[in-house]
Design a protein around this ligand. Structure first.
Ligand code: FE2
Length: 256
């Protein structure tokens, strides 16, 4: 059995000024909430910890390179790097293998500076993890293209990847979800879902982005799991116990 701890959408700001526009996202409380989660980890004994994006809440005007507060981008860059470093130090201190992907509120260049290039894959405790850094289109619908789409196809079909897999990405594949006028699932989500079901290799699609959270089931026990946003009280996360024959037990817990 392999146990994965999954949380998403922390929207942290600490060195960056201010807080998320949505007051439910407790950006400035995240360092102390993360410390409380860290206290629970030895008892939960996960084999891997995964975070599926929006580690930070970088303001949109800063993401497009034109800070509304008139400060230089360099000042923001230093603060964003320092906020990512809080997360990196936190992961390292858990002593557990970990993986993270950027979300649409993270600055991808800064994410790369602090965390490095994404691995092609990472093997942990008998599972092969793939991490996808996808993006939003101009219509705010997520899409996967180019090298990431090629990696997805290789994961599902190449002989060297014929292993039980877990895929991490900020965006969701299933269920199709439309809220506030936006599609939260990938542009070609129906096809991605069909290919996943056909491959039979993937145990779990772990995502973020849609803050209420969701859970859907594919073929052969495959789960599409998206915990409620960690930034919002009561700070949920999920534990998955992946059995050797593919069955998965899911628990949703809150930080205590
Ligand atoms: Fe988010």
């Amino acid at each position: 059995m392999t146990r994965i701890l999954h949380f998403t959408d922390a929207h942290l700001r600490w060195n960056q000024p201010g807080s998320a526009d949505n007051p439910a996202r407790l950006s400035r409380e995240m360092p102390s909430i993360l410390a409380r989660l860290a206290d629970q980890i030895p008892k939960l004994r996960p084999d891997a910890i995964v975070m599926t994006g929006d580690l930070l809440d970088v303001p949109n005007d800063v993401l497009v390179g034109a800070p509304d507060d008139g400060r230089a981008m360099d000042a923001w860059r230093c603060e964003i790097d320092a906020d990512f470093q809080i997360f990196k130090d936190w992961f390292e201190r858990t002593g557990v293998p970990w993986l993270a992907v950027p979300g649409n509120h993270d600055d991808e260049d800064a994410f790369r500076r602090v965390f490095g290039e994404p691995p092609i894959y990472t093997d942990i405790a008998g599972l092969r993890f793939f991490t996808y850094w996808d993006e939003l289109g101009p219509d705010r619908q997520p899409h996967r293209s180019g090298a990431r789409q090629s990696l997805f196809e290789a994961a599902l079909t190449a002989p060297e990847h014929d292993l039980p897999q877990v895929h991490l990405q900020h965006y969701m594949i299933d269920p199709p979800t439309r809220a506030r006028g936006w599609n939260y699932e990938y542009r070609n989500a129906a096809q991605m879902k069909r290919e996943l079901d056909r491959s039979g290799r993937v145990r779990a699609i772990l995502s973020g982005h849609y803050h209420p959270g969701s859970l859907a089931h594919g073929e052969d026990g495959l789960i599409h799991s998206l915990p409620p946003a960690f930034s919002e009280s009561p700070h949920f996360f999920r534990l998955y116990d992946v059995g050797s024959t593919g069955e998965i037990k899911i628990q949703e817990l809150a930080v205590v």
